[in-house]
Design a protein around this ligand. Structure first.
Ligand SMILES: *Cc1c(COP(=O)(O)O)cnc(C)c1O
Length: 239
């Protein structure tokens, strides 16, 4: 094994232990939580090592980086998740490789993704990104629909050709009443998710938790955690 692959294996094992411990503490089954490894800023060679180590779910947040990486890794058995803020003019590119888009936060983006998915003859799983610190009608600082606008975006996804409503995603807010309180933030997301399932029972994915707060997300009930740094290392600051 190369040094890099051994390092990734060790990091993965540690994250796996954290998830298993968090599941045990919450009396949840380990298989009810899916690890998505966020490979942004890291090369396709790392994605390849991760696939060899058994990772099946990877995520990216910038189309410019993700599109060539996904193309380079196209023969690997991977699901690609897009988790970054998404401009409508990138929808055509993203639907070519993304199996899931976690960051759907406005009606115009639903339209753009739907049109692109139909044209590409693809079906894309979509999650509504909820910005717990945004007020109705506005988008959060790191993207996301306000809690009050979540249902409208979800309804639009459910009705859109080429898209499948899968659930909700959030990033613990850095500002507002939930700042520094990831558990409270994730509990709030779970309430919104439960309410959403009354009208969309199949929307069962709850994507929450990153390297620093995956335990809180698992405790709250997240079905998917998105972990970058703890597996791949600290990213260089983006320019
Ligand atoms: C980068 C990123 C992650 C992973 O964050 P880490 O702190 O590196 O684990 C998760 N979700 C989103 C939306 C991200 O952009």
């Amino acid at each position: 094994m190369t040094d890099r692959k051994a390092q990734l294996a060790a990091n993965l094992a540690q994250v796996e232990q954290r998830i298993a411990a968090a599941c045990a503490a919450a009396r949840r089954e380990r298989e009810d939580v899916t690890l998505i490894v966020v490979t942004k800023t890291y090369p396709a060679s790392d994605v390849r090592y991760l696939a060899e180590l058994g990772v099946r779910e990877v995520a990216e947040n910038r189309d410019q980086d993700a599109a060539p990486k996904a193309a380079e890794c196209s023969e690997l058995d991977l699901n690609w998740h897009f988790v970054g803020q998404l401009q409508t003019n990138k929808a055509r590119s993203v639907v070519r490789y993304a199996d899931f888009v976690h960051s759907v936060d406005r009606l115009r983006l639903v339209d753009a993704l739907s049109t692109a998915a139909v044209r590409a003859e693809r079906e894309v799983g979509c999650l509504v990104q909820v910005a717990l610190d945004a007020s109705s009608g506005s988008v959060g600082g790191r993207g996301g629909a306000a809690p009050a606008d979540t249902v409208a975006v979800a309804d639009a996804i459910a009705a859109a050709p080429g898209l499948r409503l899968e659930g909700l995603m959030t990033v613990a807010p850095l500002a507002g009443p939930y700042a520094g309180k990831p558990r409270a933030a994730f509990d709030r997301l779970m309430e919104i998710a439960s309410a959403l399932r009354e009208s969309h029972p199949a929307a069962t994915m709850v994507s929450a938790g990153m390297s620093s707060d995956l335990e809180e997300a698992v405790a709250a009930g997240a079905t998917h955690v998105r972990v970058g740094t703890a597996v791949l290392g600290v990213r260089p600051a983006l320019g």
